[in-house]
Design a protein around this ligand. Structure first.
Ligand code: UD2
Length: 295
């Protein structure tokens, strides 16, 4: 099992002296429950990598490419090779109904792709929502053979480093679209009949459904809970405003993430750059919903 302690193994590792007086002042870097909010300039990548390397950690990714979304996979995998946990063990689990259309992407040593076949679907909402069940099952099968897992949207690309700074027990990404809004205006599910319901005075941040992660057992519990609540809603004839993303947001209100990633970790290409975003690391590509979705 991984310990939480860090030991510096490299004797002569040179890194900038830490300061508690100087650093980012334009953004908040810690939540009210004292979880770090990761922004560019708040961490030392060389130091972090050297602290994690001796642990020989392994990171799983889940990515869904159902129907026409298979076209995004090549860029996703290629840019992940360039930016996602470079030099670490990474295992990408691709869930698709088109295994024959899998792109050929060269993976570096210690990194691999496994394909899992899933049925096609007529409703994009179902594809999106069904992910939680498949993530839950995958984690059960992994049987703690990986240390961390990240669940990511396929219609996205990496542009900058996403690495050990993102590791934590339960990790969520702040959605790029709503971080200036008051909580009463966040697009949580507002109908009390839904198990994703959040009242206007509840909620911390609006988190992305397109990227979340953490230790396997934590993500397993979150995926399982979201799935059960989604299914309970379905039995009652209700579908939350943003499907599993709504359920995720409710879960994360009651179960605070131990690390929060800034919107650098999931930007959207159609949005103009904001001054606090020094580095876009991962972003959703512009897509034509009418053309790409099955309905
Ligand atoms: C937002 C969320 C997404 C999800 C969705 C609502 C972000 C940035 N995005 O994205 O995570 O919560 O709203 O449910 O947080 N997919 C397929 N085939 C399809 C449709 C979807 O494979 O035909 C998969 C694919 O991996 C895709 C993901 O589902 O990346 C999310 O679907 P989307 O991209 O249509 O949702 P989007 O961009 O509106």
């Amino acid at each position: 099992p991984l310990s939480d302690e860090f030991h510096l193994e490299a004797e002569h590792l040179q890194y900038k002296q830490p300061s508690i007086l100087q650093g980012r002042t334009d953004v908040v870097t810690v939540t009210p429950w004292l979880a770090p909010v990761v922004w560019d300039g708040t961490f030392d990548p060389v130091l972090l990598d050297s602290l994690y390397r001796p642990r020989n950690i392994s990171v799983a990714i889940t990515v869904f490419a159902v129907g026409k979304y298979i076209r995004f996979l090549e860029d996703f995998l290629q840019t992940a090779e360039q930016h996602f946990f470079v030099g670490f063990n990474v295992h990408v689990y691709v869930f698709t109904d088109r295994p024959n259309e899998l792109p050929r992407v060269h993976m570096a040593a210690g990194r691999q792709v496994t394909v899992r076949s899933v049925p096609s679907s007529q409703r994009w909402q179902e594809i999106s929502a069904h992910r939680m069940e498949l993530i839950q099952t995958l984690i059960e099968e992994l049987n703690n053979q990986k240390d961390y897992i990240f669940c990511l949207d396929v219609d996205s690309r990496f542009h900058g480093r996403w690495g050990t700074e993102s590791l934590g027990r339960l990790v969520a990404v702040i959605h790029p679209g709503y971080y200036r809004n008051r909580r009463s205006q966040l697009p949580y599910e507002r109908r009390q009949e839904s198990r994703a319901f959040l009242a206007p005075e509840d909620g911390d941040f609006y988190y992305c459904g397109g990227a979340f992660g953490g230790r396997l057992q934590e993500v397993h519990l979150m995926a399982k809970t979201c799935r059960l609540n989604f299914e309970e809603d379905a039995r009652g004839g209700i579908e939350a405003a943003w499907q599993e993303e709504s359920h995720l947001n409710r879960y994360l209100w009651f179960n605070k993430p131990s690390k929060v990633l800034s919107p650098e970790y999931l930007w959207q290409d159609f949005k103009s750059r904001e001054p606090e975003i020094h580095l876009i690391r991962f972003s959703g590509v512009v897509k034509n919903y009418a053309e790409i979705r099955p309905n």
